[in-house]
Design a protein around this ligand. Structure first.
Ligand SMILES: *Cc1c(COP(=O)(O)O)cnc(C)c1O
Length: 462
């Protein structure tokens, strides 16, 4: 990471400006930076991250944000609109995931600040519910290896033991017997993904649901990534197994409005088959000198603006919009997968849909990535085994992107053959740690992250 990425264009602030600056000049500066950064993903060469890409839709949601950005969703007496936004976003989510079919619970939901936060609140709910209903005192949570790292983080933060079940290397499906063997009387819940982040494959949610029911534990379906595209893919007739509340045993679902929901960054949905599970994770303190306090989640004050923008974005898109975008994303993804299949050196992993991962048994896949990067592509790197993936989003559905992909992939495979004896530049990094790092010692990673945080403040390296 560059510590002062715009130092060559603008002065670096080291403190609060003594006099306030002109708003017009500030906005011009912001516009300049945003335009520069947007121009990268607008090429359609960035995997994931920029799910919507429609600048008019962004402007529309920003206008909705602007009307409510200063309002506090924690204080419903003065901001009752937050209740309308949240209630209707949750209702739209419950409808999308077929909560109407639930006969054995009262389906409810909550809005969180993102996928990791939805997962954190789900795991917290399971921990508290298991403690209250079964006296679980040393909780553990079981996930397939392909389950998102946010579950590792949630377990770390909440003092829960994480148990990881291996996957079949060929199908990348979890070994159900291994999940079963990891469950004991302290297990609060198990996980299935629809889809998982790495390979975009969908776990056998029906089988996991049966397992969860027979062992008396919860089943969280991580639809953070797939939640707002798979239901539409299913409706369009693409081969997508059922993963929502129609499946017996599914007790919670997370789905990110800020991914394929096409919302602004900062909201996600967490849905519960039954109210009792959600109610476990409230916090309240009635004896504080500052007054009686209660909050439904980990956040205190939150902006109503994001709720308004998410609500407005979903309502403006509608089922017809989500269906139309899903069709073009699926079509684009399958066309890009055909280009991968045209190279015998490359191998698609599992049964992909809108997100596909591939590796190679003949060339170094990171060489392929290096060459793609040189041609402007930003893929995500995976490890164990080394692979790369593309999460197809709306920017890829522009005309010419599939063709550019095919051409650049041809050149990248050739590059990998020609350069097979040189070490590749790429590695598998998710999140904000800068490239080129070999994750060995904890202390080393901690030092890299510390430098990154310090440099952000303009401090010299320690
Ligand atoms: C993105 C993602 C998450 C985490 O979501 P954030 O919004 O980045 O916190 C969790 N699970 C899956 C499958 C994801 O793709």
């Amino acid at each position: 990471m560059n510590s002062h990425p715009y130092a060559d264009q603008y002065p670096v602030l080291r403190g609060l400006p003594s006099e306030g600056r002109d708003r017009g000049a500030i906005l011009a500066e912001l516009r300049e930076m945003a335009t520069q950064e947007d121009s990268f993903w607008q090429t359609g060469k960035a995997s994931g991250s920029f799910y919507c890409g429609d600048m008019d839709h962004y402007a529309f949601m920003s206008e909705a944000f602007g009307l409510y950005g200063h309002m506090n969703a924690l204080q419903r007496d003065v901001c009752p609109s937050a209740t309308r936004f949240e209630g209707e976003i949750i209702a739209m989510g419950l409808d999308l995931f077929n909560a109407g079919t639930i006969a054995d619970g009262d389906p409810v939901g909550m809005i969180t600040s993102g996928g990791s936060a939805s997962i954190l609140h789900a795991v917290l709910s399971y921990r508290e519910h298991a403690k209250a209903s079964r006296g679980v005192s040393s909780p553990n949570f079981v996930k397939p290896e392909t389950g998102h790292v946010a579950f590792d983080k949630a377990c770390h933060l909440l003092g829960i033991e994480l148990r990881v079940a291996p996957i079949d290397q060929a199908t990348v499906q979890v070994d159900l017997g291994a999940i079963d063997a990891l469950i004991d009387d302290q297990t609060i819940a198990i996980l299935g993904s629809a889809s998982n982040y790495g390979y975009g494959t969908i776990d056998d949610i029906a089988a996991l649901g049966q397992l969860a029911l027979s062992r008396g534990v919860g089943l969280h379906v991580d639809g953070c990534l797939g939640g707002f595209i798979l239901p539409f893919g299913e409706q369009l007739g693409f081969p997508i197994p059922k993963f929502d509340f129609r499946v017996p045993g599914v007790t919670t679902i997370s789905a990110d409005t800020h991914k394929y929901g096409y919302g602004l960054k900062g909201t996600s949905l967490l849905l519960f088959r039954d109210r009792a599970l959600r109610n476990g994770q409230y916090f309240f303190q009635t004896a504080w000198t500052g007054g009686k306090y209660c909050s439904p989640g980990i956040d205190g004050s939150r902006s109503s603006g994001l709720l308004a923008a998410t609500w407005a974005g979903m309502v403006a898109t509608g089922r017809d919009g989500y269906l139309r975008y899903a069709r073009s994303i699926f079509d684009t993804s399958y066309a890009m997968q055909d280009a991968v299949r045209s190279h015998p050196e490359l191998r698609l992993i599992g049964t992909p849909s809108f997100l596909f991962a591939f590796t190679s048994d003949d060339v170094d896949i990171y060489h392929v990535n290096d060459a793609l990067r040189a041609r402007g592509w930003r893929m995500n790197g995976l490890q164990y085994p080394n692979a790369i993936h593309m999460a197809v989003t709306r920017p890829q559905t522009q005309s010419g992107v599939v063709e550019a992909w095919a051409t650049d992939l041809d050149a990248a495979v050739e590059y990998a053959h020609t350069n097979k004896d040189a070490p590749p530049q790429s590695g598998a990094i998710y999140g904000s740690v800068p490239g080129g790092l070999t994750p060995e010692a904890d202390e080393f990673i901690r030092a890299v992250m510390s430098d990154m945080m310090d440099q952000q403040q303009g401090l010299p390296p320690a």
